[in-house]
Design a binder for this molecule. Structure first.
Ligand SMILES: [Zn+2]
Ligand SMILES: [Zn+2]
Length: 362
């Protein structure tokens, strides 16, 4: 037998002792198969929620409204409200799922030369990162425990303020709130408005469904519902109550975070600044906090379209850590200038703005 005999079909190798080792082709095939299974598994919660919503539509519209309600006026009122809340819930839900986290511009990337400088000067690491931030004029005020700008070793970037690395998405995410398995996406700067609207509309949909099916739910227990679909009405009431209870706490918590301009991650670990950690650093007052996420146009507040202000890279803070004329990293105490901070690019979709920034540094 020749040493390291190769099987040309599978790419496997057999050594002198007869032990077989998996070839690169088979390894790659198994890896791709594994990835596919993991991806399918990640989508299961989304499939579950979509299925519950689809069944809920059938149970409410067909079984409850069309088969059991006698009054035409009541049918029209219930169907109108239900359809409005249902469409808004689905719209916000799909916007949360399919809005990609923003791209981190190239000026935040560490080049091979930067990485070499960092590895060869391990004792001056913090100083070098500060120097790179200064030279490129990065708007950075969040620091790590050593007092220098934060870097992500996995993405090889200087992290923008409020950005964090998401292990599930395997990338750094702008103003990351949390990774939500129910939307199989990161809730972050680009989709936080959609997420809050989804919680709100889903909660009111459940509340409305429970309230309008209560009467028929009681008829079921009095044996006054006789048609075959009565069990759909029974479960419709239970499911909507169950979801309303779980949504109310989550919705309330995120409303509280919106009013404080704080992300879920920041409420657990306050961001660090040159003056120390500060949970309330971005709290500019309820109205300012609200418009940072929902935008200035009141008409668009409750529609799941992108209206958040800012670029996801710079966030005005109470301490007003400002940049000098060159826009370099240079914390100073100064007053907050709302217009210059968030006014400029308002209304331009974040993807466009980040793309523009990205191309500028190519
Ligand atoms: Zn990262
Ligand atoms: Zn994520």
């Amino acid at each position: 037998m020749s040493p390291n005999r190769l099987n040309h079909n599978t790419g496997d190798k057999t050594d002198l002792e007869g032990e077989t080792y998996m070839g690169p082709r088979r390894q790659h095939y198994l890896y791709a198969k594994c990835q596919l299974c993991i991806n399918l598994f990640k989508w299961l919660p989304v499939i579950f929620i979509t299925s519950v919503l689809a069944w809920g539509y059938y149970a409410y519209v067909i079984q409850l409204c069309l088969f059991n309600m006698d009054s035409v006026i009541l049918q029209i009122v219930c169907l109108t409200f239900f359809h409005f809340l249902y469409i808004m819930t689905f719209w916000s839900y799909f916007q949360t799922i399919f809005t990609k986290p923003g791209i981190i511009p190239k000026k935040f990337w560490l080049t091979t030369r930067d990485s070499e400088r960092l590895t060869s000067n391990d004792d001056r690491r913090g100083q070098i990162i500060q120097q790179i931030s200064y030279e490129r004029g990065l708007p950075i005020s969040c620091l790590d425990a050593t007092g220098s700008p934060r870097i992500c070793d996995k993405c090889n970037i200087i992290k923008p303020d409020r950005a964090h690395h998401c292990a599930a998405c395997n990338t750094c995410v702008l103003k990351m709130d949390h990774h939500c398995p129910w939307v199989n996406n990161c809730v972050s700067f680009t989709n936080y408005k959609f997420f809050v609207l989804f919680l709100a509309y889903a909660f009111f949909l459940c509340l409305f469904t429970a309230a309008s099916s209560l009467h028929y739910f009681l008829l079921f227990w009095r044996n006054q519902l006789t048609n075959d679909g009565r069990f759909h009405i029974l479960f419709l009431f239970f499911v909507s109550i169950m979801f309303a209870i779980s949504l109310v706490s989550l919705f309330g918590y995120h409303l509280y975070l919106v009013t404080l301009n704080r992300s879920t991650l920041e409420s657990f670990r306050p961001p660090m600044f040159s003056l120390g950690p500060d949970k309330n650093a971005y709290n500019l007052g309820r109205y300012q906090n609200w418009i940072q996420i929902f935008g200035k146009s009141k008409l668009k507040w409750f529609i799941p379209i992108y209206t958040s202000t800012g670029d996801g890279l710079y966030f005005p803070s109470r301490l007003s850590l400002t940049c000098d004329e060159r826009g370099a990293y240079h914390p100073l105490l100064a007053d907050y200038d709302e217009e210059s901070a968030i006014g400029g690019d308002q209304g331009v979709p974040i993807q466009n703005r980040l793309h523009r920034e990205h191309s500028h540094y190519r």
